[in-house]
Design a protein around this ligand. Structure first.
Ligand code: MN
Length: 389
């Protein structure tokens, strides 16, 4: 594959093998794990003693769901590197799938046990297998003390990235609360990147939907997917406005799958509030909100056409590409065309930064991907001649 451009991905996923997990976990935890029980006319989604009922999907939706599982290697980590090589992906952040439900548990001890079990599995199956995998260890979401303890344990195990839900579990203080201060301090001290992946807000089992805005009716599929990007933006806002990132300038935050072009606009808005509402701003910052956002927030996009332009024209250097493997909205099967599009839309030095450099800055241990000498050198020459997607 002489024509492959090698890149890194800041947003990929692994599908945990629950059938294997239940053989190792104590029996009482089997029904605590998120799972679906199918009936004739409906199915029950069950998590930690909570159930919501939903209609069984129609035939086209089942086909859609099967397609969204992506390539066979999505659930087979032994084949994953082969698949990455075929796509030109060198290193990647790997988020859990079952682990994305963490903010919806309610039983403290069971949740802690399952999170630790899942992180030990990530270490065994990904972290220890290749430095090209950067698994994001899931943090317990029912107790800040538990989250701090698991952060310290995972840093000790060698994890370089941990994952928090975009909104804490019900009853746990939000991320702008000072109760989280030791968590940020520990992450900074351990040089662990703290990531937030969209789609991880708590679920309301009364309605079977996430807490927060949910749309139905015309346009609902697009509305609900787009809505998730705001959950990533809200986390960034809270960490900046509360001063958490200002107090910890070496702490780096990865906002995954919320797009990246929003960062400068959000910075403008926050600067406006900070400057013009100064009499009621009770938490002074050493740096402006936009400066903090630009320095410490890394944001991933898959297909966004504006993201490269924001990096090229507006000075936001931490735009990071991610393939969202193996999801339907990801780039599996057309990754190289998408990367061609990035290189076609901006200077090759900027494209290198977006597709390789920003990731390498967060995770230098992964090592450099093979050099891209087709059709432009990494020095940025001939970028205008790159083919379009
Ligand atoms: Mn993703």
């Amino acid at each position: 594959m002489a024509d492959t451009r090698w890149v890194n991905s800041g947003d990929s996923h692994v599908i945990e093998p629950l059938r294997e997990w239940v053989e190792e976990l104590p029996e009482r935890l089997h029904t605590v794990l998120p799972h679906v029980v199918v009936h004739d006319d409906h199915e029950d989604v069950i998590l930690d003693g909570q159930t919501f009922r939903r209609r069984r999907p129609s035939a086209p939706r089942i086909e859609f769901a099967e397609k969204s599982q992506g390539p066979p290697s999505a659930g087979d980590v032994t084949k994953r590197l082969t698949d990455m090589d075929a796509e030109g992906v060198w290193g990647e952040v790997v988020f859990p799938t079952v682990g994305m439900w963490s903010s919806s548990y309610r039983t403290l001890d069971d949740h802690r046990t399952i999170v630790q079990f899942g992180n030990d599995w990530l270490k065994r199956e990904l972290l220890d297998r290749s430095p090209r995998f950067v698994p994001a260890a899931q943090m317990p979401m029912l107790s800040v003390d538990d989250a701090i303890a698991e952060l310290q344990r995972c840093a000790g195990l060698g994890f370089h990235c941990v994952h928090l839900a975009t909104t804490p579990a019900v009853g746990v203080p939000d991320y702008n609360d000072e109760v989280w201060e030791p968590f940020w301090a520990n992450a900074e001290e351990a040089s662990v990147v703290v990531s937030f992946h969209v789609g991880t807000d708590p679920v309301d089992f009364e309605t079977g939907r996430v807490r927060g805005p949910v749309h139905s009716g015309p346009g609902d599929a697009v509305l609900n997917y787009t809505e998730t990007s705001f959950t990533g933006q809200r986390v960034a806002m809270k960490l900046v406005a509360s001063g958490a990132l200002d107090r910890h300038p070496d702490l780096r935050i990865l906002i995954a799958e919320a797009g990246a072009a929003w960062v400068p606009a959000l910075g403008d808005r926050m600067n406006e509030a900070y400057a013009h509402h100064s009499p009621i701003v009770l938490h002074p910052l050493e740096r402006s909100p936009k400066e903090i956002l630009f320095a410490q927030i890394y944001a991933t996009f898959q297909h966004g056409e504006s993201a490269p332009l924001v990096a090229a024209e507006l000075g936001y250097r931490n735009v990071m590409w991610g393939r969202d493997y193996p999801h339907l909205e990801g780039t599996w099967g057309h990754t190289q065309q998408v990367i061609d599009g990035v290189y076609a839309s901006c200077d090759a030095r900027v494209a290198d930064r977006i597709t390789r450099g920003a990731f390498a800055e967060l995770f230098p241990h992964v090592g450099e991907p093979p050099a891209n000498d087709w059709p432009a050198g990494a020095d940025g020459a001939d970028a205008a001649e790159a083919p379009t997607a």
